[in-house]
Design a protein around this ligand. Sequence first.
Ligand code: 8GT
Length: 133
Amino acid sequence: MSHTIRVTCAIIFKDQKVLCAQRSEKMSLPLKWEFPGGKIEDGESPEQSLIREIKEELNLEIEILREFQSYTHDYNNGKVIELIPFLARHIGGDLELKEHKQVIWKEIGNLKKLDWAEADIPILEDLLAWCRA
Ligand SMILES: Nc1nc2c([nH]c(=O)n2[C@@H]2O[C@H](COP(=O)(O)OP(=O)(O)OP(=O)(O)O)[C@@H](O)[C@H]2O)c(=O)[nH]1
């Protein structure tokens, strides 16, 4: 049985748009789109992990507003991840790309046009439902 990796990700809003990040060719899941974030390290809370990862990867400071439902996804390659999403707001720092190929701010209605990492699909659906409610 595979060990589940706990990963946090941030849904960052600005002017009705959401920050979407494209993984680089060198990363696993190359060129897939994701909500930025990363693995929770020992001794970290999910929130601490996310704030650290977003600073490391994008040089952005964020404030976490709320947690959304998390989902566990089996990539059938030995990797099972629990993806824990948080709604967040940009409070400081200028965007710098440290790992990703690119990031874009995307309108809610256009989010589904991107080629998302499989684990993100249920989170995307929940986000769209939450925005419609
Ligand atoms: N940050 C983030 N990771 C995601 C998302 N969806 C998804 O499947 N993942 C997976 O969750 C893991 C997050 O790891 P990471 O970002 O900290 O580090 P990494 O790319 O070096 O991971 P790797 O060692 O698997 O290549 C990766 O395996 C990544 O493919 C997402 O929306 N955001």
